[in-house]
Structures are given as C-alpha cells and as structure tokens.
Design a protein. Structure first.
Length: 455
C-alpha cells in the first residue's frame, strides 16, 4: 500500500507542487484550531549565575535525566545510541538549544488557559530538581552573564554546521544560537488565504510585538544601555533566512511566495542514514536542480530546510510567531494570548489587518532597528510606538472576549493578557521593570539579576 506524499518523508521533491504539499495538508477546519506555546530559559547556578554545561554532575543533561525518571518523559537521542538531547510526552517536548537553553514545546491545546496550566506544570516539575542541584531558571531574552567562552555546545549534528557557517553571514550568529531565548506560539490555519493573512498581519506587527516583550537589558553582568539585546542580535544574523520576508507582505501573497524566498537560502544539513552532510554551500533551489551528495531532495529534506528558516514569523504546518524575548512565568502566557485573540477571531484579524495594511517594508525595517534601544519609547510615523501597541492589545483583548473560553473561575483568556496590558498602558515593556532603580553605571548586577529575572 502506497503512502500519501504528505506522509512519506522519502517522497521526492521535484516541482513547486511538491514543495507546497506540507502547507496545504496542514489546513484544518476552524473548530480544530489549536495553540502551541514554546518557552526557552537559561539554567544558571543560583549563587554565581554561572551557565549550566551540557553534561556533568550539575548540568542540563542531569535535569533531562531527572525529568525522565520522575515525571514520565521519554528520552530521545538524535540517532540510536547518541547523546540525550530531548524528551517527549503526550504531544509535548523538552529540547535544548545550542548553548543549553531549555525549551518546553507544548502540546497543541484548545485554550490559553490550558497553555498556562501546561507551563505552570512544567515549572513545578523542574522545581525540586532545580533546588536539589542549586540552580535557577532565568526568563530573559539574552543570557545576562555568560560570555561565549562560558558555554558548552549541545551535541547535535546541525549545530556543528551552524557553528561554522553562521559567523560567515553576520556578527551575531553564535549569539543567536547560544545566548538568546524566546517565547513563541504556533497557530493552525483554515486555508491558504487565511494562513497568508495571518502571516502578513504578524510580520507587519512583529516590531511592535518585539517592543512589547523586550526583556533583555543585560550583557555579561551589566546594563547594555537598551531594552532588548536579543533584538539587537537578530539585526545581524544570516540575512537570507531571517527578517520580515518582504515577498509575503503584499496583499495577494500565496504559499508559493514564502516557498520562493526559502528556496534561495543556503541549507544546513542533508541526512542519509547515519551520514550527515554539510549543505551550507548550496541553496535548496540548487539542490532541487542539481542534486548533491549523490542524492536528490525529499520531503524530509524540505521540512528540515523550512525548519532552519528564522524569520520573525515562520510558515510551517502552523504559523509560528517568533519575535519575543523570553519572559518571566508571570508573562510567559501573554504572547500566546495576544496572538490567539488576533488570529482566532475573524473580526480581530480583520481589524489588525486594516490597522497595519499601509505599513511598508522599509518603514518596518527602520522601526526594527530602533527596538533594541528604545522598545515602546521608539517613534513610528511621528507617534510613540506605545500608542500602536495599545491599539494592538485592545484588538487582541476584544478577540479573546468574543472567544469566551472560560476557566473554572469564570475568567476568559484576557486574564493572561492583563499584565501586558498594564505595562503597555504605561508605555513600558518587561525590561523597564527589570531596570527600575538600577544604577546605569553599575558594572556587576549579578545578585539583582538573579533575583529579578528568575522565573
């Protein structure tokens, strides 16, 4: 019995139709729409702030092993007999970023209430393990203490290739890999038109969302002079695979526009059995045209490549919004709440589309460069960016109210947006709270950071 092309990782990729298969087969009816949240964090020594290594007596590997032993997570290696790099359980996963950042990728869930319960449960599972090891978890967008030399490498084959390639394409490639952390959210789409509208709206609003969630004012133990060092990092990472995807911003964009953009980015890897080939010198378009390593591309290769693209909003089998710094536990649910209110309410999506429809790529690029230093104090079209942020959170809150998904206390999902709304109304972002009362000339803020940035 033959396997449908969209389910067969070995299905050959020869035409545009083959490249579109994953996206069209991901379309779902509205009632099946789910939310998936991802949250990264830095594990550090509770007293010194030193980064956790990958392996050793007190390490992220120790944490993964304890989670598996105590809480029913299933250990996963990249290849049989290889080192442990992730855990799986009931549709969720715990994975490691290149510098040892621990990431919860949650299961697809029906409401932001369930997302928050899942995140809280994850932190509860970590609590005893962390106390025993004398470590704490920091929810900020850039490692507040570690230098590159202080971090070990997670032993994943793709990371070795990225380690060599990315520094040739921008100053901050290794910082992006090893010293940044984020909160992201994933959403289903009901049609190609719906998916591309979600993409356009979220790409246009990406800079203001980055500003709302700016939460990385520290660099190697001191203040760097702005609000989001993570946002600064992303301004100088491989330009062929990140940014605002200008081809998608036009009002009649299709899946094919995103595909054409992705085709011209260099690849990272091609895997065939146990062999891992460095593919960073060829684009996927060249791989399709000429082949490489004695082989031709498959659906598995294409999905691997799509997952190696890092725009502010990524098209996969879901729409993945990516532009926010990691957050404290109190604000980690605000990002999925914000986008749930906009994406999963037709009126809210239309209002956000109308609000942002005139934003040009050049304007957004210019705004993006202001965010690291100024966040919501930046100006856009001669007005404080905070004014636009207030309009965006208002649209999202109204969408959540109309969704009317209630928790056991009778609250709708706006409960998870309240703290963000309160900050935005004051023109503030989470970094402003971290910075309150700090001496700009201080050279060692270790104890303060360990207290304020703890999840």
């Amino acid at each position: 019995m033959s396997v449908p092309a969209h389910e067969d990782p070995k299905h050959p990729v020869r035409t545009m139709d083959d490249l579109l298969i994953p996206f069209f087969h991901a379309i779902k009816p509205a009632h099946q729409g789910r939310i998936g949240a991802e949250a990264e964090k830095f594990g550090v020594d509770a007293e010194t702030g030193a980064a956790l290594p990958y392996e050793g007596e007190r390490s992220v590997l120790t944490v993964l092993q304890a989670l598996a032993e105590r809480h029913g997570w299933h250990p996963e290696a990249e290849s049989p007999g290889g080192p442990l790099i992730s855990l799986l359980r009931a549709g969720a996963s715990i994975t490691l970023e290149p510098g040892g950042q621990l990431e919860l990728s949650g299961a697809p869930l029906e409401s932001v209430h369930l997302i928050c319960t899942e995140m809280s449960g994850h932190m509860a599972e970590l609590r005893d393990i962390s106390e025993e090891l004398g470590i704490v978890w920091l929810g900020v967008g850039f490692h507040p203490f570690a230098r590159q030399a202080d971090l070990s490498w997670v032993p994943k084959s793709r990371y070795k290739i990225m380690r060599e390639y990315l520094p040739t394409r921008g100053e901050h490639g290794l910082d992006m890999m090893r010293r940044t952390a984020t909160v992201q959210a994933n959403f289903d789409y009901t049609s190609e038109e719906n998916a591309m509208r979600m993409m356009r709206v979220s790409l246009r609003l990406a800079p203001v969302v980055t500003a709302m969630f700016a939460n990385s004012p520290f660099y190697e133990g001191a203040l760097f002079g702005g609000k989001s060092y993570r946002a600064k990092v992303w301004l100088d990472v491989d330009p062929s695979r990140q940014g605002l995807v200008p081809s998608v911003l036009h009002p009649n964009s299709r899946f094919a526009d995103y595909v054409e953009w992705a085709l011209d980015a260099p690849m990272f890897v091609v895997k065939r059995g146990k062999e891992v080939h460095d593919a960073s010198r060829i684009t996927f378009r060249e791989f399709m045209q000429n082949g490489a390593f004695g082989t031709r591309p498959t659906q598995s290769d294409w999905e691997t490549h799509i997952n190696s693209m890092f725009p502010e909003v990524r098209l996969k089998k879901t729409i993945e919004v990516r532009g926010a710094d990691s957050q404290s536990a109190a604000l980690a649910c605000a990002l999925p709440a914000l986008w749930t209110g906009i994406f999963y309410d037709a009126r809210a999506l239309a209002e956000a589309d109308e609000l942002s429809s005139s934003f040009t790529h050049d304007e957004l690029l210019a705004l993006r460069k202001l965010i690291p230093a100024h966040a919501l104090q930046a100006e856009f079209r001669g007005k404080p960016l905070a004014d636009l942020a207030q309009r965006v959170v208002s649209i999202a809150a109204a969408g959540l109210e109309r969704r009317a998904r209630l928790n056991r206390s009778g609250q709708d999902e706006r409960a998870h947006l309240d703290r963000l709304v309160a900050l935005v109304e004051k023109g503030q972002c989470p970094a402003d709270v971290l910075l309150e009362g700090l001496d700009p000339q201080a050279t060692d803020l270790r104890r303060t950071i360990l207290t304020r940035a703890r999840m």
